[in-house]
Design a protein around this ligand. Structure first.
Ligand code: MSP
Length: 660
């Protein structure tokens, strides 16, 4: 059993939390939960960064005394943690006395090491990022990081001898190649250090909203010097408390900082240098993720293109939001946040794949075995069972490895591979057919057992990302507590266990994008498009194509989305008496079986249709054809005067998958 100290950045409180802040917090939470499932002891810290000029100005703008403004906005971040079911162990505010003690203690240690001297800062400052910007780095006179206007400062300031740490930092990077993930970020920092470091201004005199410098209260500490120390404060650093030594010794060497890529320099360069100077160990690991983009630009308060997490938890539920952001953003890459992408993922992955699996597996055990899990002796397994068991065991291992490497999106992709595998296993086994003949009892037992047992494993694997759904699936399976990943194995669901009634996990969201937009404020504030975001880097050549339809006959995406195209499996097919063209099909559409009458008999004899994977219009009003009610329409392409040719998709797609 080992220890893991995990931290998020502490968030500036100049504005309310948005999806960007929520993301880092949810990512760290998913990792914290996965580590606990691996049996680790975890200490998980998050909080708010409350000092500095930016916050002070925001308070003035809000016409509130700064401490009162800080209390209000910090409370919103604390509420975000509750709303998102974040399992943090502490929430730190840099305005707390414990943090003043820690920041002043580290200042004194750095000073004792001879690394602080007084001088005068004259140069540029970006208040949005709270960074000093060397003149040579300005881009059109603006901040190179965020593009905001910079201000000219000229004031007395304490300096930190950053230049002294050039070599120790480079040595550290060389000896710890896994210090930052993704690795290319370490190369960026290394290149920056190799270009030569200048000493860093670490105090300000032109405003008061900060931690006073020990013995010189005319100065307040530079907000980053103050903020980075929070990671030590939470362990009791500077408190003089005897227990703090033990806490520091236990947790500090295990720390992993989760941050966005824009603050790598502060964490991978300034922070290690401060720590080296103070005689403290350098953090073990930094995980730097990419940006959430809206309208092609970084989601940020200053651009005004932010999405509120509350709008999305309201429509998609907490697990819906947590799943989307974890699945959509591979570590280190940027990802786009949009209502369309979220609706698509929710309905495809959650409502269709996982939701259908849960409802089928549980319902079938109720329907065919009175809700009691049947037995499945190992020696009775056939190749379909063995394939599923092997895939499940492999998925457990790959998911554990992915979480260990912070590859949460990949962990979810692997888990969904298993979800689709079980769905396919159920379709291939067709329990509804097996149930018609008692001679198939043993096969039906095995099918039901493996479906339920694999569902138990899937619940355990999604637990770090979707704690609510995992708990609800366990509840349906009659299990009370989560299993540790260290002992997670195929085939341990107890035969005879009584399942509880099925509970609809992720009902489909049958809303158009326009309806959805009305419920989320995110799209109201169009981002101020930056030149880079608005213009593609390389002009895209016009592709010659079929002539565009007349403008008035084109339909919008919303019109198209009204047509519900779905994958279906043909279970039965029979000719319609007295008709040359019609065939009566029984199809599985994932959630149900239905009858469709299709005009494809001339091209496909009935026996060639059974087992095919086809595409249907699933939301067509019922119609009677030759006296038979048809519920849907089969898609086929017909050349002029020729026979219809069925539209086909990959047969491994589960029934019910949406086609768009
Ligand atoms: N207060 C500093 C951090 C001090 S840590 C000692 C700060 N605060 S912040 O409020 O600006 O938050 C920045 C962090 O919020 C990013 O590093 C990232 O974790 C998260 N994000 C804010 N906007 C984001 C996106 N658009 N996309 C992804 N994450 C984003 O910097």
């Amino acid at each position: 059993m080992s220890e893991s100290y995990l931290t998020t950045p502490i968030y500036y409180i100049n504005a309310q939390p948005h999806i960007g802040h929520a993301y880092t917090t949810m990512l760290t939470d998913a990792i914290a939960r996965s580590r606990r499932l691996m049996g680790d002891h975890v200490f998980f810290l998050t909080g708010t960064d409350e000092h500095g000029q930016k916050v002070d100005r925001a308070a003035q703008k809000a016409n509130l005394p700064t401490p009162q403004f800080a209390d209000q906005v910090s409370a919103a971040f604390r509420q975000m943690c509750r709303d998102l079911k974040i399992s943090n162990d502490d929430f730190i505010r840099t305005t707390e006395p414990r943090h003043y003690a820690a920041a002043q203690e580290i200042w004194r240690r750095v000073q004792r090491a001879g690394d602080i001297y007084k001088g005068e800062y004259e140069g540029w400052y970006c208040t949005v990022d709270e960074i000093f910007v060397p003149e040579a780095q300005l881009v059109d006179g603006k901040c190179p990081t965020c593009g905001s206007k910079v201000e000219r400062l000229k004031e007395e300031s304490y300096y930190f001898r950053l230049s002294k740490y050039e070599k120790p930092l480079l040595d550290y990077y060389r000896d710890h190649p896994d210090f930052i993930q993704p690795e290319f970020r370490l190369n960026e920092v290394r290149t920056f250090v190799e270009a030569g470091l200048q000493d860093l201004s670490i105090s300000r005199t032109s405003f008061k909203w900060g931690i006073p410098v020990p013995d010189d209260p005319k100065h307040v500490m530079y907000v980053w010097f103050d903020a980075l120390t929070n990671y030590l404060t939470a362990l009791g650093f500077g408190s003089g408390d005897a227990a703090a030594e033990d806490r520091l010794a236990r947790w500090w060497p295990t720390v992993t900082h989760f941050i966005g890529k824009e603050i790598v320099r502060q964490h991978a360069l300034y922070w290690p240098a401060f720590l080296m100077s103070a005689g403290l160990p350098v953090p073990r690991r930094i995980i730097a993720h990419g940006f959430w983009l809206m309208g092609g630009a970084k989601m940020s308060k200053s651009l005004g293109n932010v999405a509120r997490y509350q709008d999305y938890t309201q429509v998609f539920g907490l697990d819906g939001l947590r799943y989307f952001v974890m699945r959509e953003m591979p570590l280190g890459q940027d990802a786009s946040f949009s209502d369309e992408a979220m609706l698509t993922r929710f309905n495809a992955d959650l409502a269709n794949d996982l939701g259908n699996l849960v409802s089928r597996a549980i319902t079938m055990v109720h329907r065919y075995r009175d809700g009691r899990v049947p037995a499945s002796p190992v020696d009775g397994r056939d190749s379909l069972d063995r394939d599923l068991v092997a895939a499940t065991a492999a998925t457990i291992e790959s998911v554990k490895a992915c979480f260990g490497e912070i590859q949460v999106s990949q962990a979810l992709q692997d888990t969904w591979g298993l979800v689709r595998h079980v769905n396919k296993y159920i379709v291939e086994r067709a329990p509804w057919v097996l149930a018609k003949d008692a001679a198939n009892d043993a096969t039906l037992d095995r099918t039901l057992y493996h479906a339920a047992d694999t569902l138990r494993i899937i619940a355990a694997l999604v637990d770090p990302v979707m704690p609510d759904a995992a708990g609800r699936i366990r509840g349906m399976l009659g299990l009370d507590s989560a299993e540790l990943w260290t002992s997670l194995q195929v085939g341990t669901l107890a035969p005879g266990a009584q399942l509880r009634p099925v509970d609809a996990l992720f009902p489909r969201i049958e809303k158009t994008i326009e309806e959805l937009r009305g419920m989320t404020t995110s799209n109201e504030s169009t981002p101020a498009p930056t030149a880079a975001a608005a213009t593609p880097a390389t002009p895209v050549p016009a592709t010659p194509a079929a002539p565009a339809p007349a403008a008035d006959s084109r339909i919008s995406i919303d019109d198209f989305m009204k047509v519900e195209l779905r994958v279906a499996k043909v279970l039965e097919a029979e000719a319609v008496p007295k008709s040359k063209k019609l065939v009566k099909l029984k199809v599985d559409v994932g959630t149900e079986q239905r009858t469709i009458v299709a005009g494809i008999a001339e091209a496909y004899p009935p026996d060639q249709l059974v087992g095919r994977t086809i595409v249907i219009v699933a939301n067509l009003k019922p119609a009677k054809l030759m006296g038979i009610e048809s519920n849907g329409m089969v898609l086929a392409a017909s050349p002029e005067g020729g026979l219809p040719n069925l539209v086909s998709v990959d047969p491994s797609l589960p029934a019910g998958s949406r086609v768009r």
